[in-house]
Each structure stands twice: as structure tokens, then as C-alpha cells.
Write a protein that binds this ligand. Structure first.
Ligand SMILES: Cc1cc2nc3c(=O)[nH]c(=O)nc-3n(C[C@H](O)[C@H](O)[C@H](O)COP(=O)(O)OP(=O)(O)OC[C@H]3O[C@@H](n4cnc5c(N)ncnc54)[C@H](O)[C@@H]3O)c2cc1C
Length: 442
């Protein structure tokens, strides 16, 4: 079994992403230990005419982090710079893995408000593509940013916040790696709190019928629908006064490691070898996890290990379009010869004010489709993408999609603002790559 942490390989000088969808050989690599070293490396790359790209842990499925120029590795730009309890903020080096940040904050009695479902990524990598969890009021990780420090194309250091360079702040929180190399991030934090999680199987029809109420009644509501079945697993997380009641270790190992990773891996191997078995297996696996309730600190409730490798596409649609989108997706799978062994994940986010956030100015619901690594995914994703785009969906910047600048400029009202800022900060396109050329149009 492979681990989520060993995401990139430097073997033969080749960089690979976690999902195995991208491999590229950069001209050279650097692992700066300070902002000055990083700024020097950017200046030297400019002298040599090389493009530059910082990577995180390679957890993006798109080629957003790929470069044939200078690859900047994050490993030595890590750790907490400062905690300001009065302001309720933490400033952290950009290459810090989220798991390290979460553990350090918990030791200090602090926490982020919301996060995605794993914590392997770096803080800069996660925020640069708009990584999100699910929330009624609380939005993506980038929406919790209070300030940023970045090295721009000319090697100078630029800081921004709501008050300082607000135009840069509006865009650079989800900068796609296109505006500069982030060196430090200041996040809003709050005193550590407890969440009670209620996980419960529910029929697809019931979740669709009651979705508005489930969303309205819970701080964090999400669910997984198992294709070829009418079954879902729902998860509701709400703040709790305690007491702490974690999942007992043996049950946690059995359900979160053995069933959700070990058995699920075997199930996917079987499904890949004999796709005809997938619908029957889905009927069983969608019922494998029973209801459970537990209370724990936020990162232990929000995140879990994902060891079975997959590829993923995820779109944000307007929240009011969610149920139609899902019903169309289900009908599409049922009418097609597709065999899908991975559940479809559904989450929500409130509208935010970040220029190219998938939830920019729009209350959103996320629908994510997955395929086991090594299984052909194009037909499924193409058919799903047709449904998502018919609802003016916005693709996750780090997950597979085929959209270009022409489409994206229609679904993002502030698209032009981002492009203008990029023209100003990086007129020579030092931070270019093929992905950015496609999605930003230059
Ligand atoms: C198993 C798994 C689970 C996931 N779960 C979720 C989830 O729950 N929610 C969700 O929204 N997404 C999720 N994702 C997607 C993932 O969070 C994003 O793709 C994220 O961007 C990956 O972070 P990373 O550190 O690996 O960055 P990379 O993928 O290495 O890089 C992403 C982007 O960040 C840029 N970047 C990195 N460092 C810097 C820097 N210092 N300055 C400027 N730009 C920088 C890169 O150039 C690139 O453009 C998941 C992915 C996987 C594989």
C-alpha cells in the first residue's frame, strides 16, 4: 500500500504528482532555506530565461505545479513564524505541511476554523488552488488568510492584507502560483474547539429531498453517493460543548484504515480487473460503514487518511443547482456502460470575496467524481463535466478539467481583474506553465 506522503519523486530528476497524472523533468531544482535565497533563485532564473514554479506536495491532479524550468521545493521553508493571540492569527512559512500546522496549533490550544479532508498538503499549495472542506458559514482555507508575503517576478518581496495592497490580497490568496512565490501566510485562528461528527447512511432520494434542511441545520454537512446504488453516507459536524469522545482506537483502525483504505484498495483492484463486478460490490461497500457519532478536535474530525490512489474532477455549481446536477449525474451513470467504484463527494461553501475562488461571490456546492488510479477515467469525467458546465460550474484548479480562459472568463465575473494583476506583477510570465497558459489565456 502506498502512503499519501511520498508524493513526488526526484528519481532521474523527474517530478511526479500524487495521482500519477503528471510527470515532468525540470531543468533545475532549488530548496531555499530563506526568503533571500528564494529571491536570489528567482533572479538567477530570470537571467537564464527559465520559468519558475514552486511546488507543494504534488497533490494536485492537474499540471498546475509542473515546470520544465526551475522547480522550487518547499521542504526548508517550514515552521511557525509567529502566533499573535490578541489578533487571533498565526504566521507560518509557506512550505509547512497542513498536518504540522494543525498539530502545532492544537498544542497551543488553537485551530483553523475549517479545512479539507486530508492534511498532507503544504499551506501554500493547498491555498493556491482553493482547497476547501464543507461549510455553511465557514469557507475555504484561503478564505481564512489574513496576510501574505510573496516573492514576485523581479525578486522583490511583497506583502498584502485587507489594508495593505488590497488588490493583491483579493487575488493572491488563491493565486494559482501565477502571481509570485508565497513565502509566508498569516491565518486567522481561534481557540481550539470540539466538533461532534454524526456519520449516517441515508438514501440518495432522501438526501436530495432534504438537502436544503440538512445544509441549513448543520455547520458542516457533506455526503458520499455510491454510483450504481441509491445509497449515500452523510456526515454532519457541529460545534460541541463536549466532552471529548474520540472514535475508540480499535474501531478507528477497523473503519478508517482497514475498511476505508485496506479493503477499499482490494475492492478497487477487483473492480479494475473485472469491471462487471463493480455495481454488486458498490451495493455491499455502500452499506459497509454503519452510523457513528464522535466528538474530537477539528482536524481529527475534518481529515482522515486517503491511501487508495485515485484521480479526481471537482466542480463548484451554484448551491441551488446541486440537486438537479446530482440527479443528472446519477441518470447519466445509470444510462451508460460506465462502471464507477469510487463514491461521488458532495460539499458546500458560502460565497467568498477571493477573485478566482470557486465560491467567489456565489454560494456553492461541490460535486467531486473519482476513479481508481489506473482505470480509464476520460469517458466518465467528460460526461460529468458536460453536466457541471451546463450549470455554470467552476472547476477546482487542482483537479482534472478541460476548461480554458474563454469559458472561465464567463463563469468568473472578476476574471479580468486577476489577469490585469498578473500582467502588472509578472509581465514576462516568469511563473508560466502550460496549465496557466490554458486557463488564463497567456
Ligand atoms: C488525496 C487527496 C485529497 C484531497 N482533498 C482535497 C479536499 O478535501 N479539498 C480540496 O479542495 N482539495 C483536495 N485535494 C486537492 C489538493 O488539496 C490541491 O490540489 C492542493 O493544491 C495540493 O496542495 P500541494 O501542497 O500538494 O500543492 P501542489 O499540488 O504541489 O501545487 C499546487 C499549486 O500551488 C502552487 N504553489 C505551491 N507552493 C507555492 C508557493 N510557495 N507559492 C506560490 N505557489 C505555490 C503550485 O505552483 C501549484 O500551482 C486533494 C488531493 C488529494 C490527492
Amino acid at each position: 500500500m502506498v502512503s499519501t506522503t511520498s508524493t513526488t519523486s526526484a528519481r532521474n530528476g523527474t517530478w511526479r504528482n500524487w495521482g500519477g497524472t503528471v510527470s515532468v523533468r525540470p531543468a533545475r531544482e532549488v530548496t531555499p532555506a530563506s526568503v533571500d535565497e528564494l529571491a536570489d533563485a528567482v533572479r538567477r532564473a530570470a537571467e537564464d530565461g527559465l520559468p519558475v514554479k514552486a511546488v507543494g506536495t504534488g497533490h494536485s491532479f492537474t499540471s498546475i505545479a509542473a515546470t520544465e524550468g526551475l522547480l522550487v521545493r518547499p521542504q526548508l521553508l517550514t515552521g511557525i513564524r509567529n502566533i499573535d493571540r490578541e489578533a487571533g492569527t498565526v504566521t507560518v512559512e509557506a512550505g509547512t505541511p497542513l498536518k504540522r500546522l494543525n498539530a502545532a496549533l492544537a498544542r497551543e490550544g488553537l485551530s483553523l476554523t475549517n479545512m479539507g479532508d486530508i492534511m498532507e498538503q503544504t499551506v501554500s499549495g493547498a491555498t493556491s488552488t482553493g482547497t476547501h472542506g464543507t461549510g455553511r458559514e465557514s469557507a475555504s482555507i484561503a478564505a481564512q488568510i489574513k496576510g501574505l508575503e510573496l516573492v514576485t517576478a523581479d525578486g522583490s518581496v511583497l506583502t498584502c492584507s485587507e489594508k495593505e495592497n488590497p488588490d493583491v490580497f483579493a487575488a493572491a490568496r488563491i493565486g494559482l502560483g501565477a502571481l509570485g512565490i508565497v513565502t509566508a501566510i498569516t491565518f486567522a485562528v481561534e481557540p481550539l474547539f470540539l466538533l461532534t461528527a454524526r456519520e449516517e447512511p441515508m438514501t440518495f432520494d432522501r438526501v436530495c429531498a432534504e438537502f436544503d434542511a440538512l445544509h441549513a441545520e448543520n455547520e458542516h454537512f457533506e455526503f458520499y453517493w455510491f454510483p450504481h446504488t441509491g445509497n449515500t453516507n452523510t456526515k454532519r459536524n457541529n460545534r460541541s460543548a463536549g466532552p471529548e469522545r474520540p472514535v475508540p482506537p480499535l474501531r478507528g483502525w477497523f473503519e478508517d484504515e482497514f475498511l476505508s483504505n485496506g479493503v477499499f484498495q482490494v475492492v478497487n483492484w477487483v473492480g479494475r480487473a473485472a469491471p462487471v463486478t463493480i455495481p454488486a460490490i458498490a451495493q455491499v461497500s455502500s452499506r459497509a460503514l454503519s452510523a457513528r457519532t464522535y466528538t474530537d478536535i477539528p482536524y481529527k474530525v475534518f481529515t482522515s487518511p486517503r491511501r487508495v490512489r485515485f484521480v479526481e474532477m471537482e466542480y463548484a455549481v451554484p448551491r441551488e443547482a446541486l440537486v438537479d446536477t446530482l440527479r443528472e449525474l446519477k441518470a447519466m451513470v445509470e444510462k451508460s456502460p460506465l462502471r464507477v467504484s469510487f463514491p461521488v463527494e458532495v460539499r458546500t461553501a458560502p460565497a467568498d470575496d477571493i477573485t478566482l475562488s470557486t465560491a467567489s461571490g456565489r454560494e456553492s456546492a461541490y460535486v467531486a467524481v473519482h476513479m481508481f488510479k489506473g482505470t480509464p477515467y476520460q469517458r466518465y469525467f467528460t460526461a460529468a463535466e458536460r453536466i457541471f458546465t451546463a450549470h455554470e460550474g467552476r472547476p477546482h484548479w487542482g483537479k482534472i478539467h478541460t476548461r480554458d480562459a474563454e469559458y472561465l472568463s464567463r463563469v468568473y465575473p472578476r476574471f479580468g481583474e486577476f489577469v490585469e494583476l498578473r500582467d502588472r506583477l509578472d509581465p514576462e510570465r516568469r511563473f508560466r506553465n502550460d496549465y496557466l497558459r490554458r486557463v488564463l489565456g497567456a
